[in-house]
Design a protein around this ligand. Structure first.
Ligand SMILES: Cc1cc2nc3c(=O)[nH]c(=O)nc-3n(C[C@H](O)[C@H](O)[C@H](O)COP(=O)(O)O)c2cc1C
Ligand code: SF4
Length: 664
């Protein structure tokens, strides 16, 4: 039990007409939870209201995408990949407003406030013929006067709907390559008419939107905006220019709050920063805004957002004057109950976001159909209703043996124990964590250990008997007289079957290198058939130690399976460390002098020489021998969990293990 008081974090704040019960804010968190596009359904409500019940005072929920002035004869919609634009918009439909009303009521019943974000998210339309998203080549249609007028009016129309459903506040989205941002940015706003020019001209669009919205809703709702503290792009505005623009906007006396964050949706840093970036890295932007805006007649509350995953840090940020409110989105995805746990002194029970970015990557480029929100460490997210229906204390507590203390094994043990089973967890290593222990060794990934601490604490709290350095076999498992067995023995590195020379002394596997079980020379050829973070992490590990690393890769680009929102951060890191890449090659032979490849397309032989070590990253193969043994003996109930069934990513292991814990 902690006796930390959180006196600042849990102090209410009056923002215009809106009284926020505490300073913890779910800034907008679009997760397409509504399943049916544009419909607010029970899944959406369950997801966001879980955070409200968990103590988050401000619920930002899902952004409202607004309509743009399509010519009537064009196709109806364009998708997220080029910026989401539509003839119509959800807010125009009565069913959406009905759903929203139910949602807002539920948020209010939980004691929180509901704030609606209004967004023209489009790179199909823009102030100038300059691509808004640097990773795309789509050049926008340049808005004419009438079209600008249309865009401004749409914000006001949507604001009126937000008011009618009982929302407490409205945020105009002017960050993250949205229309507001496009007008503020000197890169994308190159107009020479009244909408473009210096900072005081480029703010005109935002000011007109705020005026129009105020004109429609009056003083009945709090009104604010989201803005990026600086643009990390060639020719973009810097922090000083942002301050000038923000002051210029606030001077009009229309704003009640400003929500400041940093980064964009395609580069480095992303506005959903990963673990390479320090917690609250750009916090000074909040402090500067507080100072700049403090003298204005209308009080403007300042929110700062960006990798704040811990209530202690949040409390300090407010206490030390960096902001009045803290944006904490992923903190609530990883643990919707974190605020209540903090208030009740249960800090050790908080599951802290490890900044892996799976949630935003899944929201932007989903692996699953239909899309459900996902978190690497919270198994319940996206299935809140199913968990509510299925979670029951065990009718007859059983002796459960879980073999393997990786994420899947820990989650199976945790949920089974929580439901009342007597659980023994056998782990062959010195510590719980499995593959997480390896991943956490990569530079910038130490936060992954937070999840290991969480599981260790939970095992103690829930009375799971953890036996470390215990290599289980069938006999030792049977000696425990189990009534249910979970095999979560993980995976081992895949050894390619079609490469000669693997037995040579200078050849090693990525996992062994990361665990210190294999040494490497100065010049390393990292040969990869893996497209997510493993290759990047091994390259990072080696290059950070001063080695020269060349990645020979089967795909055209490293990290091809990392979504656009996050890929830039991984690639920037590779560039910073001088990691070279050779794409589209497949290894056939290693010999003392070099490596023989064939090109993926065409089969042309390619040879590379001059390396001291060869490190292979070829993915993983399930380790399920124990399962096969018990299966052959007909033991039931028997479960195969996580990578021992199918090596995938963290979220899949977490979910699989927890779901087994739910049904034992
Ligand atoms: C799944 C997901 C969806 C998001 N959707 C939006 C959005 O629609 N609008 C927006 O302004 N920010 C969005 N964000 C960004 C968050 O509001 C927040 O700025 C970001 O996650 C960084 O804060 P955190 O470190 O507390 O998570 C989203 C973030 C996530 C993880
Ligand atoms: S998926 Fe990763 S980044 Fe997102 S909330 Fe969960 S732990 Fe945090």
């Amino acid at each position: 039990m902690s006796d930390m008081k959180f006196t600042h974090l849990f102090t209410p704040l009056q923002i215009g007409p809106m009284r926020v019960p505490n300073r913890i804010c779910e800034t907008t968190n679009t997760i397409n939870s509504s399943m049916t596009p544009g419909m607010i359904d029970e899944h959406f409500i369950a997801h966001h209201v879980a955070k409200a019940r968990g103590g988050t005072g401000w619920i930002g929920s899902e952004t409202w995408l607004l309509d743009v002035p399509f010519p009537p004869e064009t196709a109806d919609e364009v998708g997220l990949s080029i910026g989401c634009a539509s003839h119509g918009a959800a807010y125009q439909y009565p069913a959406f407003a009905e759903g929203m009303k139910k949602f807002v009521t539920a948020v209010h019943e939980a004691g929180s406030v509901a704030v609606v974000q209004l967004t023209q998210l489009t790179s199909a339309w823009g102030p100038s013929a300059v691509p808004m998203i640097g990773a795309q080549s789509y050049t926008p249609h340049v808005l004419g006067e009438e079209e600008i007028e249309y865009c401004i009016d749409v914000y006001a129309a949507a604001a009126r709907v937000a008011q009618s459903v009982g929302a407490d506040g409205i945020e105009i989205h002017c960050a993250h390559e949205t229309m507001g941002h496009a007008f503020l940015s000197p890169v994308s706003n190159r107009r020479t008419d009244r909408w473009g020019g210096g900072p005081s001209e480029r703010i005109r669009f935002v000011v007109e939107v705020l005026k129009r919205v105020r004109g429609r809703i009056g003083e009945s709702l709090a009104l604010g905006m989201r803005i990026s503290a600086q643009e990390f792009r060639q020719g973009g505005y810097d922090h000083m220019e942002m301050r000038e623009m923000l002051y210029g906007i606030a001077q009009h006396g229309l704003l009640d709050f400003v929500d400041i964050d940093t980064g964009h949706c395609w580069g480095a840093p992303s506005y959903v920063p990963n673990s390479y970036y320090p917690h609250a890295q750009y916090r000074e932007a909040g402090k500067a805004a507080k100072a700049d805006l403090s003298g204005l007649p209308r009080k403007v509350a300042v929110m700062f957002t960006g990798r704040i995953n811990d209530p202690v840090l949040a409390e300090n940020l407010i206490e030390e004057g960096y902001c009045d409110l803290v944006g904490m989105v992923r903190a609530g995805i990883a643990d919707p109950e974190f605020a209540n746990k903090a208030r009740e002194g249960r800090l050790g029970e908080i599951r802290r976001c490890i900044a892996c970015t799976r949630c935003i990557d899944e929201a932007s480029e989903s692996l699953y159909v239909p899309y459900t929100p996902m978190c690497s460490i919270n198994p319940v997210i996206g299935s809140e209703l199913r968990w509510e229906q299925q979670y029951r204390p065990a009718q007859k507590p059983k002796r459960v043996v879980v073999v393997g203390g990786g994420l899947a094994g820990c989650e199976a043990a945790r949920i089974a124990a929580q439901r009342g089973h007597r659980v023994t967890l056998l782990e062959q290593g010195k510590r719980l964590g499995g593959q997480l222990l390896i991943a956490a060794k990569a530079p910038g990934r130490d936060s992954f250990e937070d999840q290991i601490y969480f599981e260790e604490n939970e095992m103690t709290r829930l009375g799971v008997e953890v036996r470390l350095q215990n290599r289980a076999d069938a006999a030792s498992i049977k000696a425990l007289s189990p009534e249910a067995i979970v095999i979560a023995t993980g995976a081992r590195p895949r050894v390619p079957h079609d490469v000669s020379g693997l037995e040579l002394a200078h050849v090693a596997y990525g996992w062994d290198v990361m665990q210190g079980a294999a040494a490497c020379g100065q010049r390393v050829a990292l040969v990869s058939q893996e497209d997510y973070y493993e290759t990047v992490s091994v390259a990072d590990y080696l290059a950070s130690q001063g080695r020269e690393v060349v990645v020979f890769h089967k795909s055209a680009q490293l990290g091809r399976e990392i979504a656009r929102y996050s890929q830039g951060m991984a690639l920037a890191r590779m560039e910073e460390l001088g990691v070279q890449t050779v794409g589209n090659v497949i290894l056939t032979q290693i010999d003392a002098g070099g490596l023989q490849f064939v090109s993926v397309f065409g089969g042309r032989p390619v040879r590379h020489e001059g390396f001291d070590s060869v490190v292979l990253v070829y993915g993983a193969v399930a380790q399920n021998e124990l399962y096969d043994q018990f299966k052959a003996e007909g033991f039931t109930p028997l479960y195969l969990a996580g990578a021992a069934w199918l090596p995938r990513r963290m979220a899949e292991a977490t979910r699989h293990g927890a779901n087994i814990g739910l049904v034992i």
